[in-house]
Design a protein around this ligand. Sequence first.
Ligand code: GAF
Length: 400
Amino acid sequence: MTDEHGPGRATAGFHEVYGTDPGGVWAAPGRVNLIGEHTDYNDGFVMPLALPHTCLAAATPRTDGVLRLHSGDAPGGIVELRVEELAPVAGGAGGGDRGGWAAYPAGVVWALRDAGLLTGAAGGADLHFESTVPTGAGLSSSAALEVVTATALSDLYGLGLTPRRIAQLCQRAENVFVGVPCGIMDQMASACCTEGHALFLDARDLTQRQVPFDLAAEGLRLLVVDTRVKHELGDGAYANRRAACEAAAEALGVPALRDVPFDGLEATLAQLERLGYDATIRRRVRHVVTEDRRVEEVIELLDAGDTRRIGPVLTAGHASCRDDFEISCAELDLVVESANAAGALGARMTGGGFGGSAIVLVAEADAEAVGKAVTEAFGAAGHGAPRIFPAVPSAGARRL
Ligand code: GAF
C-alpha cells in the first residue's frame, strides 16, 4: 500500500489517540539500493531509490517540552518523554542498541535539541505514525521513521532544514542515541530521492545527482524480493564489517577505503598481506573497492541509456557481497540464482544483508515467470514464500 490513502488514515489515527486534529501529515519513504553496498561508511558511492512505501507522521507541536509518540503499527500505547531528559545510549556510537521503535523518533528529537535547534519549553510534540514500509526487510523502515519525524518537526517549528541536513541529523540520532553504527545512505535516500530517479550519492561530501531511472519506458522492471528472513547475526556483523574496513584504511594510511584506487587494488592487497593482514580482511577491502567501481559502471551504463546492461553488474555485486564481504545468506543467494536461471537480467541482495531483501532486474514480459520461479525455488528449499513487488522509483520526504 502506498501513501495515497494514508493522510486520512494518519489523521484519523492521530485524532483517535490524542483527541484533536494534527497540524499536518508528512511522509518519508523506505528504499532499495540499486548498487553500492557497505560503501557509505567507507566514504564511497551508493545508488538507492525510494520506494512508494512510506512512513507517515501526523503531528502537532506542544509548548510544554513533552514529547508523545504513538504508532499505529506497534502495540503498547503512547510513549511519553520529556525533551530535556532525552539522552544517548550509554557508550555513544555503536555502544549498544537501545531497541524499540520509539527510540528512533526520540533520537531525532534529541539530535535536533543537541544541535541547538530546539530549545527551552519548545520542542515538544504529539506524533502518530503509520507505516507501509515492511519492517525487518532491509528496506529502511527505521530511516523512514527518523526522516519523517525530522521533516515534520522542521516544518512545525519553522527550522527550514534541508533534506541533506535532515539526513545528517537522523544518522546522528541512529548512531549516537539508538546506538546503531549505520552509514548515511538510508537517511539520504529517504530525505533526498525524487520520483523516477535513482540517487547517485558520494557519501564523503554528500554530493548527489538524480539519475533518471524510467524502467517502464525501457520495458523493464525492478522487483523487490523480501525473503522474510532476518538472521540474528546481522547486527553485530554490521559493526564488525565496519570495524574491519576502518582498521584496513588505518593500516593503509588512507582516510577511508574510498581512497584505494581500483587500478591499485592488487598492490594494496599485497601491501596488506605484507603488513600481516589475513585473507578475510583482504577480501573485505576487495569488496569495497570493487563495489565503488561497480557503482561507477552502473552510472556510466545508465548515462549511456544502456539499462539492460546493468544486470550483470548487479549480479557481480551480489557475488562480491556473498564471497568477499560475507553478508549474504542462503535465502538471498537462492533469489539471485533462481531469478537469473529463470531469465532475469541480473539480481543482488540489497541493504545491510544477513536476510532482508534482494532486487531483480527483469524484462517486463518475464517478470511474472521470474517471480514464480523464485517462489517455487523457495518452496522446494523449504523456505516460506517471499513477498515480491515492483520497486517504482518514488519521491523522498514531503508534507502531504
Ligand atoms: C544499512 C545501513 F544502514 C546503511 O548505512 C548501509 O551501510 C547499508 O546497510 C549497506 O550498504 O542499510
